[in-house]
Design a protein around this ligand. Sequence first.
Ligand code: HEC
Length: 109
Amino acid sequence: MGGFLAASAFFLSDLTAAEKGNIKRGSEVYLDNCTPCHGIDGDGQGPLGPRLGARDFTKGKFKNGGSEEQLFDTISNGIPPKMPTWKKKLTVQERRDVAAFVRTFVEKK
Ligand code: HEC
């Protein structure tokens, strides 16, 4: 019982703290949704990546800009026809989180 209450309290505080992109949560969104194309290392070498021409994030070059805000827009709207739109599949917060996580590939190089 105490455990259940503590767990709910954790969820609530987690939600209210959610404003800016959170890299750790973004990494989970990324692993669940983006690795088939962009690869675990963000290098575009997922199983479907090379065939589709998925972006290699580690190069730091983006058609629509590489700031967190621009990445958020691209992830939301996709790049037809190959990069899917995520507006309906991911919440605003999840898209912010994953945008913050994509930045970590760019900054790593
Ligand atoms: C079905 C394969 C596929 C999946 C899944 C996928 N992408 Fe992509 N993504 C692509 C392709 C292909 C491109 C290059 C599109 C182009 O340049 O026309 C791309 C490009 C991008 C770009 C670069 C945009 C730019 O301005 O150059 C970003 C950022 C991106 N994807 C983020 C993500 C994120 C985050 C996810 C997971 C939520 C994701 N993608 C899932 C295929 C995919």
